[in-house]
Write a new protein. Structure first.
Lengths: 247, 247, 247, 247
């Protein structure tokens, strides 16, 4: 068996799920991603004992070493190396291991803020889970069908949020200067209200502000709630298309 | 009339709704379930008088005795006894009466926590109401049609919730260490925000956290709100299929 | 012109909108309903001056006199008197004027509570607005198409709300006995949470309660949000049916 | 090249996007609108330094001068001047520049309130962005298809909000006179609750009020959530119509 055949066999395991070896490799990487996310989450809990921190640190070291090995393997077996390295998942794979090595070689200790930034970058590992999900292609198809409508409603939403922010600032700034001091505060209120989250940290108290909120919600709820319905009906259309193609 | 015919006649009453006897039996059991749920609810109210507690206790004893009789009857008339006992509703029927007998024979008094666990188990009786609902099969059909989409959106939701949790922890942990101390706190915030419940117990106060919340909601509301639309359109498809089959 | 023709002519004006007289009659009654609702609303504002109260009282007297005249007219011109009197709108028309006469003859002064009950009954006048809306029939058609699904989801919602109430009571009652004292308190929390209103008056604080809320919302939001989608798609089906019938 | 040809050439640039000059003109105006909205937002932040205020003021002067030039240009090249001046966007264009000149000539200094009113009017510039969005026509088409349903649900929503307001006032006014003093307060609660925003500033505390809220939400959530679904399905119908026309 020559070298090329050997590489091809590894590529078959690493890049595809057709064999039991391929599925095992995939599932192992998948488990490692979940484990690394789990340790990332636990390490943010304040007041952990030194022993626990040390244990979580070593779990992280092991996952990063395995991710590094996997990254090198994928580079090695890729038909075109540069294509993998600069692909979406190639970059994500690198970002998932880079922070560890940056900290190892002292770059992370420059500044507490940078340390935290690079630690957060690690959660991008979660995006790699998508590699294992074929159904995403179907969603992409649906999004393409209704791309124009989604852009239109996104623009409409932004305009509505801005108008809402300026309006509520006009009505409430005099009475609640600490909560609606500027249109920027109004923007926060507009986002929280039009998405119907409604934390209750800021809300109108004047009669004018309340009537304005009423009129805004009568129109606004619709604008925000229509896009999910559009995508849902596009997904059923995408399924119909797929069925037609396959039959 | 021999014994087999006699059992068959009881089975006809217990398991089917074709005769008025069967419907009466079903409706009586249904009423008993509602009564037992009602007494369970009332007994949790603190500060009840001894007389009321005693009365509710005896109502419960009666319902449990009747449920026990019903359970034995169903075991007795079942074509294959083991099939009923290990079926979903067979287990539920047993769980609905078991806590009472465990407490009667002293097992419930071991620990206050166990007592409460077994009391809560009783509410599973409510699931038995489903036995009387034929339309559930239609929903199951719709769920099968769009199973893949639902799994995809469930996975997308989980990823989004995790990214949201890590993001808000990054932005808010320095300013609100008591509310966003770890990514676990962020997860609670992410669930409450992306479902648009918005209790208002935790919310971002920094500029970065608010902009992050805005971007998150623009994408997230859609991801959470699409699945109901998918199931709704699948239900209308399931009805069309059913109509075609029946005609 | 004999008496019958005279009654028929009035009936044509009172019951239909084909002539300009009929439309004027309808619009006048419509305006009176809005006026009476407006005065009802204003009279609930505490601290009104005696003059204002007196003015609002006289506006109410005039509207009630006109409604009484209208009620008598409808009785008089109805083809079958008893059919109108015992019809839905006949009862509403009577309920809209009855409280005034009950209070006039002293019955309202028996008790402050009764007074308030009968005053609130007046708002049922608003339901009379539906008489003027033809499109409601279309909605009724859509509701008939998906009646079974709506009942199923209503039942599912009730079961889910009850399970949620019992679950949250189990997790939170020990830590927050004042807010989750009984399953009844849990029911209020379940309604506010599953409808995504989320006032923030009660919310889980324990880890178990939060994980339970997360799992509940993942399933529950769907159950609550599906029925509107079902009715929306049924309405488009109802329109298609109507178009087919008319062409 | 005579005068008419010259005007026609400018009109081609100003009113259409067919040439690169037209697109550049459009994009430049678009950028100016965004810049003026940005400065409007920043100027509302309290406690800005004199230097920053002065800088933002001059940016505003420049944008207004450019908008004035654009307005004159559009008047000049319009085929029928009066048609542009009294068109929707003609009025908006004038309203976007008028406040500045009113203030310049001292009218804005009459009263602080008027000053704020005219400043808020400037945000109507944002509506001009719609001129550049072709997909809006598609939404208008969908809205026309389901106009009747939307009006019906708007009327239903208003009736429901009023009934909710009167109901909650009846149940809560005695216990919470400061929060549910009149039906007007009830209206605010009804809007915030039925749209599921749920700020948490007012909520029922009595048993009767909570049961009323539960029944209201079971019906009300549906009424409010159906219109977005109707428009979503109408949009997919509008697209199908458009495709049929184009093929």
């Amino acid at each position: 068996m020559n070298r090329t055949t050997y590489i091809e066999r590894i590529r078959y395991v690493v890049e595809r799920r057709d064999s039991w070896q391929g599925r095992t490799f995939d599932d192992f990487v998948f488990g490692m991603i979940l484990l690394s996310l789990f340790t990332f989450t636990l390490r943010t809990i304040p007041g952990l004992s030194g022993q626990t921190q040390s244990f979580l640190h070593w779990v992280e070291v092991i996952t990063v070493v395995l991710f590094t090995f996997e990254y090198c393997l994928r580079c090695f077996v890729a038909l075109k190396r540069s294509k993998y390295v600069f692909s979406f998942f190639g970059i994500i794979d690198l970002l998932a291991i880079l922070p560890f090595y940056l900290m190892l070689f002292g770059f992370g200790y420059i500044d507490g803020l940078i340390l935290r930034v690079v630690r957060v970058l690690r959660i991008f590992r979660i995006i790699r889970l998508f590699r294992y999900n074929q159904a995403v292609d179907r969603l992409q198809r649906a999004v393409v069908i209704v791309k124009e409508e989604i852009i239109m409603f996104a623009v409409l939403s932004l305009i509505l949020i801005y108008l809402a922010a300026a309006g509520i600032w006009y009505f409430e700034s005099a009475v609640q200067p600490d909560k609606f001091g500027s249109v920027l505060d109004g923007l926060w209120w507009a986002v929280v209200t039009l998405t119907t989250v409604g934390y209750g940290d800021t809300y109108p108290v004047t009669g004018g502000g309340r009537i304005f909120t009423f009129l805004l919600l009568m129109i606004g709820i619709g604008v925000i709630a229509i896009p999910p319905g559009i995508i849902a009906s596009a997904l059923s259309k995408a399924r119909a298309e797929q069925d037609r193609e396959q039959s």
